[in-house]
Design a protein around this ligand. Structure first.
Ligand code: E4P
Length: 218
């Protein structure tokens, strides 16, 4: 399973990249706003900076929700760097734009997926990725991981090449379960990725190894 980091924070992106396990980055307008990135030119500059850190797919989201606007913005974003993936919302004109981009060879990530039907539609339109938001479903007492299972089954039934990008990942168990269910990618915060490192028995074991070494080597 590929690991993407879901942030626009350059220091966190650098830290995850330095770990050597990062495959890509996803951003969204809220994450850009959180970093105080505003204004057209600054936004493009920030995407360039992310592309300089990570050599992998970087999702950059359009703001427009009408076909012409999505196409205009998406083409400009795609011009930034070959690694840019245009993130398009799951709306009617978004699906039309995904078909358009797919025919032009521009990769897309269909975002705000909350049902298997939405994922199927995006795959049929030629999306490179679909982003089911599992954490936000869990927040309203709907099993987000069940959606990953359904989409995996449907895509495998018909051999869709669209990759499942489990999004809105909140904690390490989400990552492990996504891997068990065969999600192609997961995108989550740095905290969820680094939490995978942790086990109390590892800490206790290491402490003992180092103490035993010290006993006979000091
Ligand atoms: C997906 O690409 C989104 O950026 C993201 O995963 C949303 O996560 P949230 O529900 O934690 O905001």
């Amino acid at each position: 399973m590929q690991f993407f980091i879901d942030t626009a924070n350059l220091a966190e992106i650098q830290e995850a990249n330095d770990l050597g396990v990062l495959d890509g980055v996803t951003t969204n307008p809220s994450l850009m706003a959180k970093e105080g990135i505003s204004g057209h030119e600054n936004i493009l500059k920030h995407y360039r900076a992310i592309c300089e850190i990570v050599d992998g797919p970087i999702s950059a989201e359009v703001i427009a929700t009408d076909f012409n606007g999505i196409v205009r913005e998406g083409e400009e974003l795609a011009e930034i760097h070959p690694n840019i993936v245009v993130k398009v919302p799951m709306v009617k004109d978004g699906i039309k734009a995904i078909r358009y981009f797919s025919e032009k060879g521009i990769r897309t990530n269909c975002t705000l997926i909350f049902s298997a039907g939405q994922a199927l539609l995006a795959a049929k339109a030629g999306a490179s990725y679909v982003s089911p938001f599992i954490g936000r479903l869990d927040d309203i007492s709907v099993d987000g991981l069940e959606l990953i299972r359904q989409i995996r089954l449907i895509f495998d039934n018909y051999g869709y090449k669209t990759e499942i990008l489990a999004a809105s990942v909140r904690h390490p168990m989400h990552i492990i379960k996504c891997a068990e269910l065969g999600s192609d990618v997961m995108t989550g915060p740095l905290s969820a990725i680094t939490a995978l490192l942790k086990h109390p028995l590892t800490d206790i074991g290491l402490e003992k190894f180092l103490a035993d070494y010290k006993k006979v080597n000091s």
